[in-house]
Design a binder for this molecule. Structure first.
Ligand code: AQP
Length: 339
């Protein structure tokens, strides 16, 4: 079975952009792949973060993922910082990663442009992402469009490491990205990517009332100043969301009534709010059940970390050996290790 790795930051609430762009695919993939899904808390500290809420957010992210359908019986679900080998491999991969490549990353350029002092972690973020994937020698990485550039860099790092230390047999497969049907969900501001850190999201476990409160002021077709102006659904972000949450007949009805100026934007939003709330209701209910049984979540994460760590340690033995590090006395050598 091909091995899949993907991660998500506990930098805010799990939102419908994460779900449509990534998590929904994860749920499907666990049927036919060996899957590892990771809550990447080490990534979440690279751009400034609230120490007091990191633990809670990490647990809530785990609850959200299980509620969304990640099945701990089929997939390994774990927290990145519970497997210290991620940080170790990242450091070792730094030795084959050109700084110029990191400086070219669009996400780095966007995020660093807003900062007076740039933490080195922001620059090195893609090296940690490469370590996350390569540590498990994953073949496939389901991601949204925003992560494709980082994934390309990870492939380059794998290639360089194999060329330098592979000794004729590649240790790391070059991971392939897998884009889902929803590559880039736009936020409620109608402009930027829906992002936890931008506050333009709808959370996956929000109540129907909260969904409505967020959708009501959401930006629509800017040319539509009043209800009497005919709209252009194709330029409206809410129409794009209808396509993900409403059945085809409703999508067609929305488009027709928008173009014909029979519905105002609020009418369209009301239908969308209902559809969204109905689609997300089972996830919300499962998340509430999990919140009431925190020990279940703790067990899932502990089991996940134990499995992931076994796999990570096996890779790291091989990596250390091929890179020429002296093994501590008493530690088993890597398979095929040189004396
Ligand atoms: N708007 C989006 N549309 C489609 N896919 C998306 N993803 C994120 N936002 C969208 C995908 O979700 C997965 C997990 O993302 P992440 O949390 O690790 O990183 P991110 O892309 O940086 O997500 P955010 O919400 O934008 O977080 P912040 O604001 O903290 O940076 C990834 O596969 C991502 O592609």
């Amino acid at each position: 079975m091909p091995r899949v790795f993907s991660g998500i930051q506990p930098s805010g609430d799990l939102h419908i952009g994460n779900w449509l762009g990534a998590v929904r695919n994860w749920v499907t993939m666990q049927e036919q792949h060996e899957c590892l899904f990771c809550i990447v808390d080490l990534h979440a500290i690279t751009g400034g973060y609230d120490v007091a809420s990191l633990r809670r957010r990490t647990l809530e992210m785990a609850a959200g993922l299980v509620a969304a359908g990640i099945d701990p019986e089929r997939a390994v679900l774990f927290v990145q910082s519970h497997v210290p080998e991620h940080s170790e491999l990242m450091w070792l991969l730094n030795s084959v990663t050109p700084v110029g490549d990191l400086e070219r990353m669009t996400q780095y350029k966007d995020k660093s442009a807003k900062l007076e002092s740039i933490p080195a972690g922001l620059l090195n973020y893609p090296v940690l992402m490469a370590a996350d994937i390569l540590l498990y020698r994953a073949d496939l990485v389901p991601v949204g469009e925003d992560q494709l550039q980082h994934l390309e860099l990870a492939r380059g790092i794998a290639r360089k490491w194999n060329a330098e230390f592979g000794g004729g047999t590649d240790l790391f497969p070059e991971p392939q990205g897998l884009l889902g049907a929803a590559r880039r969900i736009i936020g409620l501001d109608g402009q930027a990517k829906m992002s936890k850190s931008l506050g333009n999201t709808i959370g996956l476990v929000e109540s129907p009332e909260a969904i409505w409160e967020k959708l009501r002021p959401a930006v629509t077709d800017p040319a539509r100043k009043t209800k009497r102006d005919p709209g252009t659904p194709e330029v409206c972000n809410l129409y794009a969301l209808h396509r993900h949450f409403s059945p085809p007949a409703t999508v067609a009805e929305v488009a027709e009534n928008c173009r014909g100026a029979r519905w105002g934007c609020l009418d369209c939003k009301r239908v969308l709010a209902e559809r969204m709330a109905a689609t997300l209701a089972p996830i919300r209910e499962r998340a509430a059940d999990l919140a009431a049984a925190p020990e279940r979540l703790e067990t899932i994460l502990a089991d996940g970390a134990a499995t992931a760590r076994r796999m990570a340690q096996e890779t790291m033995r091989e990596v250390r050996d091929r890179m020429g590090f002296l093994a501590p006395t008493g530690q088993p050598a890597a398979r095929g290790a040189t004396a």
